[in-house]
Design a protein around this ligand. Structure first.
Ligand SMILES: Cc1cc2nc3c(=O)[nH]c(=O)nc-3n(C[C@H](O)[C@H](O)[C@H](O)COP(=O)(O)O)c2cc1C
Length: 173
């Protein structure tokens, strides 16, 4: 499982990100006691305690903002961007930044989910958890935003695919 986990994280590492900021950070959890605490922080969802590996998917908010500003400033200095754009990024609050970086961790996490399929593994995006509780569990400060938990393991069952809306419902007139 260790080698497979490394390969999943390698797929995440190669994901695209805004300004190539690569703000994702991951905690690999295998210890049963920690998984039990994650399960408790995630409303007792039992598969979190049962999966062999939980990837705690986070973003480094300060790093993201600093890296994005550096890129934006360089573009501004090169005449490619207005000063307004750089200023608007600087003035973002933590929450706004967290929302912006969620796109990046979403793409990296989906790289993990799709790569896992190549290995016959199953994953599940988990967002129903207490973010503060998870940060406290690992002693992380507010700078680290815990975006998702991703249990990884071999599927115990193969249910029918869940329905999706037909394409015509998605097209705006
Ligand atoms: C952002 C996001 C958050 C989710 N959070 C949870 C969760 O907390 N618990 C859970 O059991 N499933 C969670 N899911 C899984 C969805 O319920 C599931 O993907 C959806 O019902 C479609 O089913 P499918 O992925 O099997 O096609 C989440 C999925 C996404 C994309």
């Amino acid at each position: 499982m260790k080698e497979l986990t490394t390969q999943l994280l390698e797929a995440a590492r190669l994901a695209p990100s805004g300004s190539n900021s690569q703000p994702w950070r991951f905690k690999i959890v295998q210890a049963p006691a920690i998984k039990a605490k994650l399960m408790a922080a995630a409303n007792g969802q039992p598969f979190i305690g049962a999966a062999p590996v939980i990837l705690v998917c986070c973003v480094d908010i300060k790093g993201y903002v600093a890296s994005t500003i550096a890129t934006i400033d360089a573009m501004h200095a090169g005449g490619q961007l207005s000063a307004f754009m750089a200023e608007s990024i600087r003035s973002r609050t933590r929450d706004l930044a967290a929302r912006a970086v969620a796109f990046n961790i979403g793409i990296a996490g989906e790289h993990i989910a799709l790569r896992a399929l190549d290995f016959g593994l199953g994953t599940c995006w988990v967002r129903a958890f207490d973010e503060v509780r998870v940060r406290e569990l690992f002693g992380w400060g507010e700078n680290l935003y815990v975006a998702a938990l991703m249990p990884v393991g071999y599927p115990a069952e193969f249910p029918q695919a869940r329905p999706r809306r037909p394409l015509e419902e998605l097209l705006l007139s």
